[in-house]
Write a protein that binds this ligand. Structure first.
Ligand SMILES: [Cu+2]
Length: 341
């Protein structure tokens, strides 16, 4: 790097001496011509760079979207890319063409052109309208993804902690029981479930932290965090949502491709849908990876039938009714019971 700078410096120095020796005007004309050509070269080098980036990264692109929202998202992304791509190409071509075409010349005097209202209006309104349309499409999609889930959606709770995801299913009653952060303990109550709430008795927390979803069935995720801000990133479904301590955030989507089918599509027999933590959350952030399994209703039911309720696995002693005179119910940070169909 240093060497390059030294060489450039020496060339600049040498051309400065040459200017003095050979007459300034002649040299200036040559420098102008060289600069004009260098700008043209820079333009094509830039385009080549874009092409090379594309070639290098094409294999790492995500496979087709595995959710309904994702299809909308991808088409929105494509529209934005095409619109901005066309503008980019026109403006950059004009920029470098002008730099070349109107390089300094002794034969031409500069044309003084100070202001033109019509031009100002045109190049302000067209981009403004284009941007407004793109933003409107984005807002519409955002509203859909974060809005109310369909009535028949299954509900699953996803809670981030340093450094993994805890997934809770509502059990047969379809309702998630209340939880309280003060009841959290890593030994037998990782979410701080309130055992005074009957809705908690049949809730299931997947042992291996897997998020099981049914294909073509909408799912509403209730997202929370036990410590710092995390983010539920579902790249294959084109969804993401912050997991914030103390509040419940939601997203809903409909997975459309089972894990098994996606293995065929990608030709990768080890393919798994992942939950990535999309928010830098500490030294173990990189390892905060959950898995999503999209399966048929029958496969889901079979899997769920094998799950033990969290109450049973957390309280292995003979099932006891909640102790008489238990602490009065604390409602802080509780998740409102949500009823499935
Ligand atoms: Cu995290």
């Amino acid at each position: 790097m240093m060497l390059v700078f030294v060489i450039i410096y020496q060339i600049a120095k040498a051309s400065e001496y040459a200017t003095i020796l050979r007459g300034e005007e002649k040299i200036n004309a040559r420098v102008n011509r060289t600069m004009a050509w260098l700008l043209v070269a820079f333009f094509f080098l830039g385009l080549y760079g874009i092409f090379m980036c594309h070639q290098a990264l094409i294999d790492r692109m995500l496979p087709i979207s595995a959710s309904e929202h994702g299809v909308e998202y991808d088409s929105m992304f494509l529209v934005t890319l095409v619109v901005t791509g066309i503008v980019f190409f026109i403006t950059q071509t004009a920029l470098f063409w002008f730099a070349y075409r109107y390089q300094a010349s002794q034969k031409r005097t500069a044309f003084f052109y100070a202001h033109n209202n019509r031009l100002e209006i045109v190049w302000t309104t067209i981009p403004a309208i284009a941007m407004a349309v793109l933003v409107a499409i984005g807002l519409r999609n955002w509203g859909r993804m974060t809005g109310a889930a369909p009535k028949d959606a299954m509900v699953v709770e996803v809670v981030g902690k340093q450094f993994n995801w805890i997934i809770r299913y509502p059990g047969k009653d379809g309702a998630l029981g209340k939880r309280d952060f003060r009841k959290i303990n890593d030994a037998n109550n990782v979410l701080g479930l309130d055992w005074n709430d009957k809705d908690n008795m049949d809730d299931v927390i997947a042992q291996n932290g897997e998020l099981h979803l049914v294909v073509n069935k909408p799912v509403s995720l209730l997202i929370g965090s036990r410590d710092v801000i995390h983010d539920v990133g579902l790249p294959h479904f084109r969804m993401k949502m912050d997991a914030v301590p103390g509040i419940v955030t939601t997203i809903w989507f409909t997975p459309t491709i089972t894990t098994a089918k996606m293995k065929e599509i990608t030709g990768n027999k080890d393919f798994v849908y992942e939950i990535s933590c999309d928010q830098m959350c500490g030294k173990g952030h990189y390892s905060m990876r959950g898995t999503v399994i999209v399966e048929t209703q029958a496969e889901y039911d079979a899997w769920m039938a094998k799950q033990q309720t969290y109450y049973a696995s957390a309280n292995p002693a003979p099932a006891a009714t909640p102790a008489e005179g238990a602490a009065p119910e604390q409602k802080t940070d509780s998740v409102k019971a949500i009823t499935m169909k």
